[in-house]
Design a protein around this ligand. Structure first.
Ligand code: NAP
Length: 317
């Protein structure tokens, strides 16, 4: 029996993920947990989803709940609760209120679903991953943040649309912070197995513009439609499907580092990992050029500084 819980289920990401996961054969039940005041809305969402699923002959079980004990037995608990990023907000502006929410839910998960894998979406996700790790007391392979997998999908889209080549031909990866200090690994990006630099030379690709477009991709969507929705939900779907199907794909997720990548430690950042049914099986070593390495160290410094500040504030609380 595979049970998944979504915390913050009334929100944009929460409800979209629920609908995406409802179509996964191997998932038996999705608990859509919300605060009590959002319970009627979540119940309405579930009824609406059932009608849509009936059109495809899918009989999933979606359980609206505002009782935290209902998370018991979950294989994965996804946390999407938090103040959403508004136009002009940096992800770090959200750190203080969201850390308090994550702390509380991480403690609940440790109590009611102690064998689960925690998947964090709430921003700033790299900082929140460390907070969830600390307050759940879980092993680090069971606390995972979504961020750079979405950035990697965005880079794939930009390259695919620029070169007018099927996105399946593009292998690329963004690591570091899910934020301004993300590090696109252009040196190891390939298109149809051919290094990007050969394409860039022949097609006059402006790499600086490309990186700026990537860094602004989320903000651009928010400024136009108020929130990001399908991209994050499908990216989360990729992570959950890889875990529940034990497909051992290499995906880029935020994880607490203890020196595995360039000696960086005591901070959560996006790095490539093998995902399996137990969460992170192992971190994959990354080959970086000197400029990419410098940017990765920058990301580590920035996220670590914020994490330390937040840790102190939570301890004082
Ligand atoms: P949203 O629509 O505003 O939903 C957020 C949900 O959080 C609300 O529906 C509510 O859920 C819960 N919530 C709000 N205030 C709360 C509080 N004070 N205490 C406890 N719960 C509270 O936001 P969204 O667009 O779904 O985004 C959710 C989070 O994901 C944000 O932090 C956003 O920045 C982040 N995000 C991350 C990525 C990524 O790649 N990591 C991508 C997109 C968005 P209930 O009422 O149902 O409990």
């Amino acid at each position: 029996m595979v049970k998944i819980t979504i915390i913050g289920a009334s929100g944009t990401i929460g409800k979209n993920v629920a609908f995406t996961l409802a179509k996964e054969d191997v998932i038996d039940e999705i608990v859509m947990y919300s605060r009590e005041k959002s319970h009627p809305k979540v119940t309405g969402e579930v009824l609406d989803m059932y009608d849509a699923l009936a059109a495809e002959d899918i009989d999933s079980v979606l359980t609206p709940s505002c009782n935290v004990e209902d998370i018991a037995g979950s294989k994965i608990v996804l946390i999407t609760s938090g103040v959403p990023r508004k136009d002009g907000y940096s992800r770090l502006d959200l750190a203080v209120p969201n850390a308090k929410i994550i702390k509380e839910y991480a403690q609940d998960i440790a109590k009611y679903a102690p064998d689960s894998i925690i998947l964090i979406v709430t921003n700033p996700v790299d900082v929140m991953t460390s907070i969830a790790l600390e307050y759940s007391g879980f092993e680090k392979n069971r606390v995972i943040g979504l961020g750079n997998h979405l950035d990697s999908l965005r880079l794939k889209t930009i390259l695919s649309r620029h070169f007018k080549i099927n996105s399946g031909e593009i292998h690329t990866r963004v690591i570091g912070e899910h934020g301004d200090h993300m590090v696109p690994l252009l040196s190891s990006t390939t298109i149809g197995g051919i290094p990007l630099k050969y394409f860039a030379q022949s097609e006059d690709l402006n790499l600086e513009k490309l990186v700026n477009k990537l860094k602004n991709a989320g903000g651009d969507i928010i400024s136009k439609k108020g929130a990001t929705e399908y991209g994050p939900s499908y990216a989360i779907g990729n992570l959950i499907s890889t875990i529940v199907n034990d497909t051992r794909k290499i995906l880029t997720v935020s994880t607490y580092l203890e020196g595995e990548v360039e000696g960086v430690y005591d901070v959560s950042l996006g790095v490539p990992v093998v995902l399996c049914k137990n969460g992170i099986q192992r971190i994959i070593p990354v080959h970086m050029k000197d400029d990419e390495k410098a940017e990765f160290f920058d990301a580590a410094r920035t996220v670590k500084k914020c994490t330390y500040k937040i840790r102190d504030l939570l301890e004082e609380d």
